[in-house]
Design a protein around this ligand. Sequence first.
Ligand SMILES: Cc1ncc(COP(=O)(O)O)c(C=O)c1O
Length: 403
Amino acid sequence: MNYSERFSEVSRAMGSSMIRELVASTKNIPDLISFAGGFPSPRTFPKDILSEIYSEVVKTEGTDVLQYGQSEGDSLLKTELAKWDGYPELSLDQSLITVGSTNGIYYYTRALIDPGDVVICEAPSFLGCLVAFEAAGADLRGVPLDDEGIDLDALKAAVSNARAEGKAVKFVYTIPDFQNPAGITMSYQRRKNLIEYCLAEDLLILEDNPYSRLRYSGEAVPTIYRIAQNEYRNTDLVMEIVSFSKILGPGMRLAYAKGNEALIGKMGSWQQKVTVSPDCVTERVAARFLQKNLMDDHIAGICDFYRPYLHKMLDCLKSEMPDYVSWTKPEGGIFIWMWLPEELNADELFIQASQHKVTYIPGSKFYPRGQEKFNCLRLNFTYSSMEQIETGIARLGKLIKSI
Ligand SMILES: Cc1ncc(COP(=O)(O)O)c(C=O)c1O
C-alpha cells in the first residue's frame, strides 16, 4: 500500500527531525565528542529520592493515581507548584499541567492559530517549537536577538509588515532565560519594553521557561509573566510554561503553564482530546517532592554541578578559538552559541568536524525556513566530561584555524 498518498496535507509536509538526523549521522563514529544534544546530565537526576517517592505514592495513593485523572492536571500538584513558584493566589483554573512543555506549547498553538496566522519568534529559536507552530499552519517570522534579547525594532517592523499584508499576528514566542540555542538572557528593561509594546499592539506573549532556574552566577531577572503581573497588573497577556525536563529529568515529561483562564481552559480541552490527562503517578510524585521541600536544594545542587562545566567550556573557547570567532557567555542554562566569520558555513564545517571527531548543531537548524544563517553553531556543555570538553573544543579550534 502506498501510504504517502493517503497522508493528510499536514503530515505530508512534516519532515523528520533534522537535528535527530544529524545526531544519528554521527552515531557510529568512534571516540566522537558530541556537543550536539540538548540532554541534561543523568548525574543530576534525583534517582534515589524519586524511586522512594514513586514507590510510596503507588503504595499509598495507587487507588487514586492509577485511575484516569484530571485533564487540566492534578490539583494537588498545581497548588504545590503555585506556592513554590511564588504565586500562592493563582487559582486552579489559571494553570495547567502538561506532558512536557512541548505538549503545552502545542496546545497553546492549537488554541490560538488558524492557518496563515503569524507567529513571531526569536531567530534563532528552539526548533521543537518552531515545527509545532508550522504544523498548525502558522506563518513564522523570525526576529534577531542582540545581547539583551529580542530586537524590538525588528519585532515592530515584522509586526507592521505582517499587518500591512493583512495578516493576523497572534503571539510572540520567546525564551527569555538562557535561550535555546543562543544562551542569551533578555534584560529586565527589554522585558518591560516588550510587555509595553505587546500591550499597546494587542499581541500575546508565550514565555517558554525551561532554564531560568539553572543560573550559575549573576542575578536572576524576573520572568516576563511576573513583570506583567507585578508592574502592569496583567495576568492575561503572558502565558509562561515551565518545564521540569532539565530539573527532574526529561523522561518524566512534566511541565506547567499559567496564564489566562479561558486560554488555559481551551488548552485543557486539547489535552483531554490528545492524552486524556498527564501521567497521574508522575504528577503526584512531583507534588510530594515539592511538599517534602526538596526542589530548591535539588536545583541548587544541579547549579553547583553544571557551573564548572560552563566555566570549563568558556575557558577552553578562550584559549582554543581564533579571535575572529565569537561566542555568548551565558550565566546559566545548557548552551553556548558561536558566531563564525560570514564566509564560514557551519553546515559544511559539520562534516569536517565529524571527521575530526567533534560535533555540534549547525546554527541554520534553529531558524524558520528560508530565514537561515549559516555562520553559527550551538554547543552544549552539560553532557560531556571535563576531558571531553577540553579535547573537543581543542579539536574544533584547530579545525576552524586550519580553514
Ligand atoms: C526552549 C525549550 N522549550 C521547550 C523544550 C522542550 O521541553 P520538554 O522536555 O518539557 O518538552 C526545550 C527542550 O530542550 C527547550 O529547550
